[in-house]
Design a protein around this ligand. Structure first.
Ligand code: SAM
Ligand code: SF4
Length: 329
């Protein structure tokens, strides 16, 4: 079992399988983003090798993310491998976070391979607004994908990033839509990760203020429900929908952190909100398993206690100098 210096057990790995994406969400990346050269990106076989090593070290939960995981060629090979590990009881769960653009195509094969729940990002149910926030997105395609996944028996959770002057009103309609379709939803506070060509301060909506309004307007009560993630959940008495709140800035949850993140270039980040990492690619390509294990164990010893996110009016680029699509959400 991997344990860090703060006695936190690390049993969860998020794997960013690509930095590429077919959308350009305005809070995630700049529209003219340059993606990594392909030779820098780990092959499918290299990702699988690292997954196996983490699994041997006690990691039992894996989430594929990106960039957009479903645009990575041969992504199914990784999902099939995780499915095999699950059949052998070597892992508890494998899931993914997706923008949903390719869900109609992949829902069936995901379900066949033991993916029982997924997170789908959706910030508006208005086609024009959806296109505005994603720059390229086709809402209809995504909504069809979500319904296909649900019909296949995959439990869907919607991820909605709260953005100032964009969806702070509409979020109530999105919650209502989730209730109608029995989807859970997590509302995410924007984090200052990477330069996006505009001030983070102008996008940021404090969850502290918003949460009060949400709880009283929908008559919500705190729920004991927990997943492996950082959401605090609420429910009403009228639906099965659980409403999660992920507020990294207003409500720090680092003391219960159980995860680390692997980028598609083999960098292991121990915290989404800090710059420390160990680079596993060299060992993967030139040394052996023992060296990789030593590096992972070292990584645990330098896992930061917490992030130091803050969004200041005069800080243009935010705090972290890499983008969310690189580290994986
Ligand atoms: N492409 C997939 C998707 O959008 O679901 C997976 C990767 S995306 C980086 C993962 C999650 O991070 C998404 O729910 C997205 O909304 C969220 N995200 C991206 N940039 C963010 C930011 N700056 N602050 C908070 N959440 C962010
Ligand atoms: Fe792509 Fe996801 Fe980032 Fe949107 S949030 S640009 S879908 S990686």
């Amino acid at each position: 079992m991997l344990t860090d210096n703060f006695k936190r057990k690390i049993d969860y790995l998020r794997v960013s399988v690509t930095d590429r994406c077919d959308l350009r969400c305005t809070y995630c990346m700049a529209e003219d983003v340059t993606f990594l050269p392909r030779q820098e990106v780990l092959s499918i076989e290299e990702i699988i090798k690292l997954i196996d090593i983490f699994n041997e070290l006690g990691v039992k939960k894996f989430r594929l993310t990106g960039g957009e995981p479903l645009v990575r060629k041969n992504i199914i090979t990784i999902i099939e491998h995780l499915s095999e590990l699950k059949k052998q009881n070597r892992i508890h769960e494998h899931t993914l976070t997706t923008n949903g653009t390719n869900l109609s195509k992949y829902a069936k094969i995901l379900k066949t391979n033991g993916v029982n729940r997924i997170n789908v990002s959706l910030d508006s149910l208005d086609s024009e607004k959806y296109r505005e926030i994603t720059k390229h997105g086709d809402l209809k395609k995504v909504v069809n994908g979500i319904h296909t996944a649900s019909e296949e028996g995959i439990k869907v959770k919607i991820n909605t990033v709260l953005t100032q002057n964009f969806n702070e009103e509409e979020v109530f309609d999105i919650i209502n839509w989730c209730k109608i379709h029995s989807f859970d939803i997590s509302l995410i506070e924007i984090m200052p990760i990477g330069a996006i060509g505009e001030k983070r301060f102008n996008q940021y909506l404090s969850m502290k203020k918003f949460e009060k309004n949400l709880v009283s307007k929908l008559n919500l009560t705190p729920s004991n429900f927990r997943t492996n993630g950082p959401s605090r959940y609420f429910s009403d008495n009228k639906s099965n929908t659980k409403i999660g709140i992920i507020s990294a800035i207003s409500h720090n949850f680092c003391d219960t952190c159980n995860r680390v993140r692997l980028t598609c270039t083999g960098k292991l980040f121990m915290c989404l909100g800090q710059n420390d990492y160990v680079d596993l690619k060299y060992s993967l390509r030139n040394l052996g398993k023992i060296d990789i294990i030593k590096q992972i164990e070292y990584a645990m010893s330098i896992k930061p206690q917490k992030h130091n996110f803050e969004i200041l009016e005069n800080n243009f680029d935010g705090y972290i100098d890499r983008h969310m699509n690189e580290t994986g959400g």
